[in-house]
Write a protein that binds this ligand. Sequence first.
Ligand code: NAP
Length: 301
Amino acid sequence: MRLQTLIQFTSMKIIDGKAIAEKIKNEIKAEVAAIIDRDERAPHLAAILVGNDPASETYVASKDRNCKALGITSSLYKLDAKTTEEELLKVIHFINNDPDIDGLIVQQPLPSHINPDKVIEAISPAKDVDGFHPLNVGKMAIGLPTFLPATPMGIVEMIRREGIETEGKHVVVLGRSNIVGTPIATMLSRKGNPGNATVTLCHSKTANLKELCLQADVLIAAIGKPGFVTADMVKPGAVVIDVGIHRISDNSEKGYHIAGDVDFAEVSKIASAITPVPGGVGLMTIAALIMNTMKAFKKEL
Ligand code: NAP
């Protein structure tokens, strides 16, 4: 086992999410430039932000920056934290009916007096580039073309572009959230490439978690616990995809660093490929959201 581990270590690959996301964005930039050259209007993504959640503000600002850099129109509807559910629904209906807006995201979390399910259901499924509307979730579940949620879609795109084999492999997903764990498990178990995997979906009530992880050819960690996946939970040669994002306080100049759900320093010694945090899955999420915006613009679905 020691020799095998050494061989795996020497051939270990760090999956460069930044480079893959940049490539996707450059492809989209060229496509948008061609659209504008034909004197057509640019694709347009709108975001609604209710209140002042700092993480949400950062994400929306990054989305805005990325869209503009690619020639995509980006508009932000920034609403006061006291906005009522009815007022928010009116803004959504307005955007649903605006033919010059292709995609709409309503940033979560919403203030507690607003029912997120009602809000998601109010978004036109044809503009639901986050892929959270029940109609689009249902289409995903039965394998019909639809908007896939950005983070799992970004992971699948990363797997595709890296040529990671999933057919016949055992994929173990840690975490069953509606935005990451459940959809990635669905996507990889469907027919297709990437896909055709045998998927085990784990959560906080899973017994024998470590034994299941050790069987994984591809291990996807999305549980929201820093450094949870340790080297003794990983089969030598496995592909490890780390979705977690945590801001950890430290004594550096910045006062913090970003870490994932995986103990990167130790797990990278035995994995065949691994995504870093930062620089891995996180950057693919916005790339996937922009891919969905292009689909909405082209009315492909
Ligand atoms: P979440 O909604 O909090 O879900 C966490 C999941 O992990 C739940 O299904 C939970 O099980 C499970 N879990 C928690 N503790 C566990 C344990 N000890 N053993 C096994 N399962 C356990 O999290 P999320 O929204 O999916 O996010 C997960 C992580 O990904 C977070 O760090 C988040 O910041 C990050 N994230 C990153 C991106 C990106 O763009 N890279 C996007 C979204 C999220 P139960 O269902 O039983 O409670």
